[in-house]
Design a protein around this ligand. Structure first.
Ligand code: S3P
Length: 439
């Protein structure tokens, strides 16, 4: 996969972002469409599917477990559901590349199957914490072997699961979803209590496919033994991918860009809220609902930004957007302070350290803290920064080029393909002077 060859970006300074564009489909919803579509009775038609490596890893996993899946072609996927008990043992270990969502959600879903499966991944994924799912799943009765809480995970066959009530120790949609998916196979009721709201795509899609989920404030419950009914799923554009263009337009004078048909689920719009607090000019239009998920066109016009103390209640709602928001902070007047975001240290890379290191190389005062960062706005210079094989770090430094004093080289950008296959093409179309080269 992406670790086999290396790709670097070179971004020339200056430019502005203009026009109308649609970024690829939402990664979280794309994963869930394959998982739930596979377990449904009937044929599920998906459009707007993200043809990125992470979602394709989930797709390949279900194909390996005997599900007939046609496509993807132009974002269209047809899933011939096998029902709740129709998955079959894969003939080898399932490799999930860079994808934490695939791994954690599949762990829960596989805990309820009558066959064993081993999940493996790339170097980054193999370093990420899995006890956050294996511990609660074990309490439900699952038996999962791991390498000291890391991949590979072997989920044993045929364990009778029992519903639990579990208070999440961290705000994590992956952990919540993993437990709820296991809960579909458990005896009785499974209840998850969240410390703060996290993306609720699993709950919405379950309900959209006829599986009752009870949501009461911070408490989400599901009864075992239900079934899913096939449906059509229109995947909105990913607000996490739109973020790079939103921040780019917010920092580059003369910019005026519209991102179309973007998912604006209330659990995902922290980036809009935070940018607005910083002074960004953002307007929404064409608001609607598609497949149970709110969507809108998002227009961002350049306006000077100011540093802020980021409200902690926005952190889980913008969890994947912080690398790009740090670029906004670097271009803002004054200081931006982020706290309560220790989860950023266990993403595809340690995103606090990776961004602080790169920003410092580019001449910005960025001080990492245990649970956040303090960034003082300044003049972005030129230099060579590392993405640490993290797609969002790579794309964040790319858009920094719009406000840079010289060329920025970003190393190891192949993993951009995990979430945003044609980033370079779309960014070029919008006005960023970016080139990629294989090394
Ligand atoms: C995701 C949840 C988040 C997010 C990830 C996708 C999901 O992870 O960072 O990119 O699809 O459920 P956590 O649950 O670890 O916060």
């Amino acid at each position: 996969m992406s670790t086999e060859h290396k790709k670097h970006y070179i971004v020339q300074p200056g430019g502005k972002l203009q026009g109308e564009l649609r970024v690829p489909g939402d990664k979280s919803i794309s994963h869930r469409s394959i998982m739930l579509g596979s377990l449904a009775e009937g044929v599920t038609h998906v459009s707007g599917f993200l043809e990125g490596e992470d979602a394709l890893a989930t797709l390949a996993a279900f194909r390996a477990m005997g599900v007939q899946i046609d496509g993807p072609k132009d974002g269209k996927v047809t899933i011939h559901g096998v029902g709740m008990h129709g998955l079959k043992v894969a003939d080898k270990d399932i490799y999930l590349g860079n994808s934490g969502t695939s791994t954690r959600l599949l762990s829960g879903l596989l805990a309820g199957q009558n066959f064993a499966t081993t999940l493996t991944g790339d170097k980054s994924l193999s370093g990420r914490p899995m006890r956050r799912v294996t511990d609660p799943l074990a309490t439900m009765g699952a038996e999962i072997d791991s390498d000291d809480g890391k991949l590979p995970l072997t989920i044993k066959a045929g364990k009778q699961l029992t519903g639990i009530t579990y208070t999440l120790p961290m705000a994590s949609a992956q952990v919540k979803s993993s437990i709820l998916l296991a809960g579909m196979y458990a005896k009785g009721k499974t209840t998850v209590i969240e410390p703060a709201p996290t993306r609720d795509h699993t709950e919405r899609m379950l309900m959209g496919m006829g599986y009752a989920v009870e949501v009461n404030g911070d408490t989400i419950s599901i009864e075992g033994g239900g079934k899913l009914t096939a449906t059509s799923i229109d995947v909105p554009a990913d607000i996490s991918s739109a973020t790079f263009f939103m921040v780019g337009a917010a920092i580059a004078e003369g910019s005026d860009i519209t991102l179309t048909h973007v998912g604006i689920n209330p659990t995902r719009i922290g980036v809009i809220n935070i940018l607005k607090l910083m002074g960004a000019d953002i307007t929404l239009s064409n608001e609607g609902i598609t497949g149970g998920e709110p969507v809108a066109d998002i227009r961002v016009r350049y306006a000077p930004l100011k540093g802020i103390q980021i409200p902690e209640d926005q952190v889980p709602l913008a969890i994947d957007e912080f690398p790009a928001l740090f670029i906004a902070a670097a271009c803002a007047e004054g200081t931006t302070i982020l706290t309560g975001a220790e989860e950023l240290r266990v993403k595809e890379s340690d995103r606090i350290q990776a961004m602080a290191d790169g920003l410092q190389i580019l001449g910005i005062d960025a001080q990492p803290t245990a649970d956040g960062i303090i960034i003082t706005g300044g003049i972005i210079g030129s230099g060579e920064v590392e993405s640490h094989d993290d797609h969002r770090i790579a794309m964040s430094f790319a858009i920094a080029g719009l406000q840079a004093g010289g060329t920025i080289q970003i190393n190891d950008c192949a993993n951009v393909a995990t979430s945003f296959p044609d980033f370079v093409g779309l960014a070029t179309k919008a006005g960023l002077a970016i080139d990629e080269f294989d090394v």
